[in-house]
Each structure stands twice: as C-alpha cells, then as structure tokens.
Design a protein around this ligand. Structure first.
Ligand SMILES: NC(=O)c1ccc[n+]([C@@H]2O[C@H](COP(=O)([O-])OP(=O)(O)OC[C@H]3O[C@@H](n4cnc5c(N)ncnc54)[C@H](O)[C@@H]3O)[C@@H](O)[C@H]2O)c1
Length: 308
C-alpha cells in the first residue's frame, strides 16, 4: 500500500479539520514499534522517538523483520516494505516531532513518565496538532490535564501485536472535542483497524476484563492450585484461549500488567482488583516477561521453560 492515505475531515460546520500526514510515536518499545509499523505501511510519515537511541534502532530492525514475515505470508506486498521503512525517521529528541499533525505516546505505563512527556512535548507542537496516548489504563482526562490542549487529546489504545490485532479502543477525555474525536476515528479507519469506543474509566473495556483474569491466574499459581504449565494448558484447552494467561502476561510485560492492576485497584477502590503479591515479586526481580527474557517462563533457551 504505497499510496498515502490522508485523513481529511469536514466538520458539520464545514470548518476544515487537521489533515494528518506526519505522525510522531513516542516510545519505541513493543507497542511504539507496532504502531510505527502499521502507520508507515498506511502511507504516513513517521517520527519514532525514544529516550534510548538503541531502542529506536532495534525497533526499526524489528519492524523490517516483521514486515518481511507479513510479505512471506502474503498479507502485504514485498515492494511496500522499503518505502514504508524509509518513511520512519528515528529521533532521540522531541524537537523532531514539532511538525507532526498527530503524536501518539506509547512510553512506559507510568503516569509521571507520561505527564513529563506531555509537558515537554506540547510547547514544541503546532496548535492544531492532535495528541493521543496508548495508555492501557490511566485516566485520559487526568493525562489531558497535563497538556496545553485537553480538547485535542484522546486515548487511542492499540492492541498487542499491533500489526495483527484488529481493534483500537478510542477514549474521549472530559474535554475532547467531537471534531477531534472524528479525526482520530478516521485516522484509525485509515490504518485498516476497527474502533470500539470506551468511556474514560480505569483500564477502559479490554483491560478491565482481561487483566483481572490474568491477575487471578497469578493468584491461582501463588496459592498452589496449579503449576504454570497446568494453568496455561487449562485455559488454552479448557476455555479455547489462544494463549494461556501466564504466557499472555509475559507477552504483555509483567510491569505493564502490574501497573494496570494498580490503576484498577486505586481507581475503583475495590479490593477485588488487588495485584497478586507474586506478580509484584516478579516485577521487583526485573523478570518482566519476554522483553527481559524471563517472567513466568524463561526464554533464554531453545524452548520456554516455566520458572515455577
Ligand atoms: N504491552 C502491551 O501488551 C500493551 C498493549 C496496549 C497498550 N500498551 C501500552 O503501551 C505503552 C507502552 O507499552 P510497551 O509494552 O510498548 O512498553 P515497553 O516497555 O516495551 O516500551 C516502552 C518504551 O518507552 C520508552 N520510554 C520511557 N520513557 C520515555 C520517555 N520519557 N520518552 C520517550 N520514550 C520513553 C522506553 O525506553 C521503552 O523503549 C504503555 O502505556 C502500555 O500500557 C501496552
């Protein structure tokens, strides 16, 4: 798909709304990489920013490899890979984001990190730019308050792995303008994704349901009801889940899982969301799952081996 798909939206008032051509992505981890991948393949220019230069280099390598895999499967054309990779520019400074029409923040799930990013980013952006966050759980209204443009701020929650997953949740903050919501929705449509709209409550829809299930799987392990293998097998074969809950936790990242449970626990003041102490222990050990090569499974050998 080498023809650029640009978002041009006319508001009811016939006022011309921002045209999205250039998209900034902040955070070149698993989600930022996936978002940059899909956005570049859809014809947009992408600026990929991270505080770690090596994270950006690794991310662009990974994107190229993943696009290669898609071409082998026939889901994209081989000829689209080079132009898409060329459209992604690496940036260790936020200055390179100044002429973006849309910036999607996909940095670590930590409210203080995200607030600091928005405080530094907004003065650099043009007034019309739309700012989105890929947070899994944090209040969009509260994050919007850390920007100079709550009306132009939205939750745009992609699923992991972004190139394969069809859904993007869209979440309005209390001040999000309807026109901006429409711009965001058309942008997501142009990526070939499907939107589901969620109200701004802790963890939105998908993670409000998914993360307590994963946390319960960790309690099941903690209380000795089953081993890692037994729990994953039980849910794969007994509930037809494509991945067991502990494998899925490792895939998401145990730090992200814990952060989402903490937001649910604190945001809804309900003890049913208390994070399992065993999940806390794994995160404290730095065993964050696949991204650190160890979590509920050890990925350092040829085959994943349960760590309990
Ligand atoms: N992992 C998932 O399954 C998943 C799914 C949907 C949404 N999310 C959300 O996406 C976001 C990113 O998650 P992830 O799994 O990609 O995490 P990750 O740990 O893989 O990547 C986070 C990246 O952010 C970078 N970063 C940290 N501080 C930064 C800063 N100040 N400026 C620029 N970059 C910075 C880190 O260097 C790292 O490369 C989180 O908000 C998470 O909740 C994650």
């Amino acid at each position: 798909m080498d023809v650029a798909v640009k978002t041009v939206v006319k508001a009811k008032s016939e006022k011309t709304l921002p045209v999205i051509k250039k998209v900034g992505v902040i955070g070149a981890g698993q989600m930022g990489s996936g978002i940059a991948h899909v956005v570049a393949l859809s014809g947009y220019d992408v600026v990929l920013n991270d505080i770690k230069a090596d994270a950006i280099a690794k991310s662009i390598d990974l994107i190229e490899k993943n696009m290669g895999r898609q071409a082998q499967k026939g889901t994209i054309k081989e000829a689209d890979i080079k132009p898409a990779i060329k459209r992604i520019k690496a940036a260790t400074s936020q200055d390179a984001l100044s002429d973006c029409d849309l910036v999607i923040e996909a940095a670590t799930e930590d409210e203080s990190v995200k607030r600091k990013i928005f405080q530094e980013l907004c003065p650099r952006l043009k007034k019309s730019a739309l700012v989105a966050t890929n947070t899994s759980s944090i209040s969009i209204t509260r994050l919007a308050a850390a920007t100079d443009r709550p009306e132009h701020f939205i939750g745009m929650h992609f699923m992991n792995p972004v190139p394969r997953m069809e859904l993007v949740e869209l979440i309005r903050g209390i001040a999000t303008e309807d026109d901006m919501f429409q711009v965001a929705r058309r942008f997501v449509d142009s990526l070939g994704k499907i939107t589901a709209v969620s109200e701004d409550f802790p963890a939105f829809i998908v993670n409000r349901i998914l993360l307590p299930m994963i946390n319960e799987a960790v309690y099941t392990l903690y209380e000795g009801v089953g081993t890692v293998e037994a729990i994953d097998k039980a849910m794969r074969l007994g509930a037809h889940h494509p991945m067991g809950p502990l494998e899925l936790a490792d895939f998401i990242g145990l730090d992200t899982c814990l952060a989402v449970m903490q937001v649910l626990y604190e945001g809804l003041s309900d003890s049913k969301y208390r994070p399992c102490p065993l999940l806390v222990k794994y995160v404290e050990a730095g065993w964050l799952g696949r991204k650190t090569n160890r979590g509920f499974y050890d990925y350092r050998g040829e085959k994943p081996v349960p760590t309990r």
